[in-house]
Design a protein around this ligand. Structure first.
Ligand SMILES: [Zn+2]
Ligand SMILES: [Zn+2]
Length: 282
């Protein structure tokens, strides 16, 4: 491969992941997989159209005031042949890094080939994760366990929606622990230079402001029941809740040399995950 030109066209995240795998060889396999997924997603993302929704700021803010995530499934601009490609390629990439069980790989392959069943399965994946008051519920057995893979495959479509909506609203007034756009849960957060905490949706990567310390999963705000610690370099923080026993990682933008990059920071903090799990959090 022509190295200089391929580097020039590489996204910043990929360059950061390459640096990470050099600095921390233990993370090489996870970083390589992430690079592969990012490049796959980028191929599709550039041609995803705007979401099929009213994008006027006034309309969005009014919709948000109703307290429910504003992006309904029909508005997600999914191209089904692109999605099938992403599902298959994500599964292949995960298999080559031993990141998927053989049985799950087979189930995914069957699902991606079934043009009739796929839309209902994806709708179920999208809606099941929403809060119960917004249509959330049980995940179908056909896709149970495949959620992390579907999340990666759906990322280009959902992050396109998030980019479009975040260009027009900052989700002001939304104080829930779940995503104002798609209803998903956060899996990362960022502390801004003004010391505010923004949660980052695991599915669409929307960001919204949330209480500095409270647990977004159970809303516990009792300081004595939140364990928080930072990495030695001060770049990352972890908040663990002693009520629901879940945890959330944060990128501390107050001292950081670059902005938060969820795809990079998720890999860079795998040792923090291990530390949290060892202490009994999940
Ligand atoms: Zn979301
Ligand atoms: Zn909690």
């Amino acid at each position: 491969m022509d190295r200089p030109s391929s580097q020039r066209s590489e996204p910043r995240e990929v360059l950061e992941l390459r640096r990470l795998r050099e600095d921390q060889p233990d993370l090489a396999s996870a970083a390589d997989l992430q690079i592969q997924l990012l490049l796959l997603q980028r191929r599709v993302q550039s041609r995803v159209p705007l979401p099929k929704m009213n994008l006027e700021s006034g309309y969005l803010d009014k919709a948000l005031a109703a307290g429910k995530p504003i992006l309904v499934f029909e508005q997600v601009p999914i191209d089904w042949s692109d999605l099938r490609f992403l599902i298959r390629s994500t599964a292949e990439a995960m298999r080559s890094h031993d990141a998927i069980e053989t049985d799950d790989f087979r189930r995914v392959d069957v699902l991606a080939r079934d043009a009739e069943r796929l839309p209902a399965a994806i709708r179920n994946w999208y809606e099941a994760a929403r809060p119960a008051s917004s249509g959330g519920g049980e995940i179908a057995t056909a896709i149970a366990g495949l959620e992390p893979l579907l999340l990666q495959a759906m990322r280009p479509f959902l992050s396109r929606c998030a980019d479009a909506v975040m260009a027009r609203t900052v989700f002001q007034g939304w104080s829930e622990g779940t995503c104002p756009l798609c209803g998903g849960e956060p899996d990362f957060s960022v502390i801004t230079p003004a010391a505010e905490r923004m949660l980052i949706c695991a599915r669409c990567v929307s960001r919204w402001r949330f209480h500095q310390l409270a647990c977004p999963f159970c809303r516990n705000a009792d300081r004595s029941k939140i364990t928080s610690f930072a990495t030695r370099d001060g770049l990352y923080r972890l908040y663990a809740c002693d009520v629901c026993e879940r945890y959330l990682k944060a990128f501390d933008g107050r001292h950081a040399p670059r902005p938060v990059m969820p795809a990079v920071d998720a890999i860079a903090t795998l040792t923090l995950d291990a530390a949290a799990v060892q202490r009994g959090y999940r």
